[in-house]
Design a protein around this ligand. Sequence first.
Ligand code: ADP
Length: 459
Amino acid sequence: MERVGVQNPATGEVLANVACMGNRETADAITSANTTFYTWSKLTASERSKALRKWHDLLMSHKEELALLMTLEQGKPMKEALGEVNYGASFIEFFAEEAKRVYGDIIPPTLADRRLLVLKQPIGVVGAITPWNFPLAMITRKVGPALACGCTVVVKPSEFTPLTALAAADLALQAGIPAGALNVVMGNAPEIGGELMQSTQVRKITFTGSTAVGKKLMAGSANTVKKVSLELGGNAPCIVFDDADIDVAVKGSLAAKFRNSGQTCVCANRILVQEGIYEKFASAFVKAVQSLQVGNGLEESTSQGPLINEAAVEKVEKFVGDATSKGANIMLGGKRHSLGMSFYEPTVVGNVSNDMLLFREEVFGPVAPLIPFKTEEEAIHLANDTNAGLAAYMFTKSIARSWRVSEALEYGLVGVNEGLISTEVAPFGGVKQSGLGREGSKYGMDDYLEIKYVCMGNL
Ligand code: ADP
């Protein structure tokens, strides 16, 4: 079979050559998932739970190796990679527990000789397509609830980060999760996606990635009427009000912006700063960004790794060029880093406005645009002036304002005085064109379950 190289974005080195699969291998994986569905879904919740718990334990006992693999193929600093193993494994632990809580209902009948029951059953074979920015967690956040409910899965990891996915799947096998319950295919994305979409055995598509591909998958799923969950791009506002605690606001915005070098869909994409605090916040923020250490993620001191590839850097350059040509000012950085490859300097751009690409679209890189505003109403208007609606952040000491603004923001997640809010126990997902469905938490099970109504009559 044809093979494709997996590159280290920090060095350009080819780490491994993996199989390049297409239609045929995907069809085989779907058949295997479909066959296994009839046995896996018949196990008791407790049996599935035990296997998932064992997988969790194996992920945790291989934490260092998984984190190393992730840093090598994705570029994120080891500390963040270790954090992602914890985060990724936490979904398996959480859904191992939730497996036992798929409750049905008994509904009071409208006729005396009937009994009305509601059963929840696994939807069937799931196709899961995942991105490169969280090579482990985006898989476990989907596969955990799917397996817990009794579904079987065909996963397609990103072509940039298949090694973490393969290592995690191998640990699943060791944990006693049958080979057919978790299948991994990789290679030709349109072929794999096409096969998953046209199959009548695949009952659900769950996707995390770009809005453009998400729309394609949604359209492609229409013909077989699949259930679809989408986690797409964001354009997160981070609103700093005059009444914010400046240290909390700087620390929170820094974390929300520069995690994974700005390559997450919940990264602060637009930092809206109220006039009265603008100068003070901007100078403290620039100082904080100056302290970030760019380098190879394997080095202890690194807090900012490379971007995933050259195309990502070109996109960042285009956005920054567009902003400066329209009157924004570079306060820090603004160019490629001297380390070369796909390293870009942590950057702060001042006086950004809503006609610039930095405002309109997701930059997905280490660039923090500062946008001045006057009133709370204006901030809410600017924040909601986008088709995206995933994460939003605000910094204020006012309880009344935090309620008001949280309710007014058209977003699926809101962080108040906090820049890192994702956790396995809370629902993650977007509104508007940021997606459909929720992942994590008890709500994360719903997307993998069908509701069946049973009416027992003539009793
Ligand atoms: P990103 O910008 O995060 O790389 P993409 O949407 O391009 O976002 O990629 C996310 C995932 O979608 C990856 O696994 C990629 O291979 C996959 N993908 C890209 N194009 C298609 C397609 N036409 N059909 C199915 N999957 C696709």
